[in-house]
Ligand binder design. Structure first.
Ligand code: C2E
Ligand code: CA
Ligand code: CA
Ligand code: CA
Length: 278
């Protein structure tokens, strides 16, 4: 039993070392990514659940070399968070996304842009000032910006967080809760926070057609959120059946591969210029 234990321990440390090495490799590369112009934003359309029109877009970060992804966000964003690199990277993302939304507006396509905010950015003492500066510099009206926060970020900070959320809200920026249902935010808390919208997590959407309980829970979340006057957006919609279920359950906007993959800004602009097809 002892030998087995030792073996298990060695195995454990070997894989830990490998993980740590992979993290360091990503971190070293990531330091060069911003100055080396390897970071890009892709934009995924959000459509109106009823008309199918594009009514928004989420900015999603890509790390690319010669047009190919080096790592997926799920691999490098956690490293960026642990190393603090998410601060300069997140600043770049927000600036870039706001400039893009302004350019679309000038081209006659007025759609709000949604930007993912990491906990480290949000906790930073200068977050508000910096947000304000970015909007000013981009010349973007605040109603054309939406920040996607997670339940944890909103729940964990106490009064300081509520105060910050209120300032952002008063500035006119929209706030939405991402990955809703995966954290520990109870719906009853929602009324205390100045949140405009909830994004139903992809995990729910994936199972709504095949699993009766998931369908029931999702419908209940949507109904309660709406009774608190929150918009509900579903993410990860891949099939027509899912889309139709979510529309009938009361989602106002839908997002997912069914309506459009994350794509370069130029491609989304082409879609924005097209007439809506049924
Ligand atoms: P998220 O905010 O939940 O973003 C949605 C993710 O689901 C994106 O993955 C998107 O490509 C993917 N997705 C969209 N529609 C579908 C669908 O129909 N089916 C499936 N299977 N997936 C779909 P992506 O781009 O790989 O990003 C992963 C996560 O990385 C994001 O999850 C977000 O948490 C984080 N992230 C991405 N960009 C940024 C950023 O600029 N800043 C921060 N802090 N986090 C980011
Ligand atoms: Ca998001
Ligand atoms: Ca999400
Ligand atoms: Ca997610």
């Amino acid at each position: 039993a002892k030998a087995q234990g030792q073996h298990g321990y060695r195995f454990f440390t070997a894989s830990m070392n490998e993980r740590a090495r992979a993290q360091r490799r990503i971190e070293t590369g990531l330091r060069q990514a911003l100055p080396g112009n390897q970071l890009k934003l892709h934009y995924q359309p959000k459509v109106d659940a009823h008309s199918g029109r594009i009514v928004g877009a989420e900015a999603l970060l890509r790390w690319q070399l010669n047009g190919r992804d080096l790592y997926k966000p799920d691999q490098f964003i956690p490293v960026a968070e642990d190393s603090g690199l998410i601060l300069p990277i997140g600043a770049w993302v927000l600036r870039q996304a706001c400039r893009q939304a302004r350019m679309w507006q000038q081209a006659g396509h007025e759609i709000p842009i949604s930007v993912n905010v990491s906990p480290l950015q949000f906790q930073h003492a200068d977050f508000y000032t910096w947000l304000d500066d970015v909007l000013e510099e981009a010349g973007l009206e605040s109603r054309l910006l939406e920040l996607e926060l997670t339940e944890r970020m909103v729940m964990s900070g106490g009064e300081a967080t509520t105060g910050l959320l209120q300032r952002i809200k008063h500035r006119g920026v929209r706030l939405s809760l991402d990955d809703f249902g995966t954290g520990y935010c109870s719906l009853s808390y929602l009324k205390h926070f100045p949140i405009d919208a909830l994004k139903i997590d992809r995990m729910f959407v994936r199972d709504i057609i095949s699993d009766h309980d998931t369908a029931t829970i999702t419908s209940a979340i949507i109904a309660m959120a709406r009774s608190l006057n929150k918009d509900v957006i579903a993410e990860g919609v891949e099939t027509r059946e899912q889309g139709s279920f979510l529309r009938h359950a009361g989602c106002s906007q839908l997002q997912g591969f069914l309506y459009g993959m994350p794509m370069p800004a130029s491609e989304l602009q082409k879609l924005l210029a097209e007439p809506v097809s049924a």
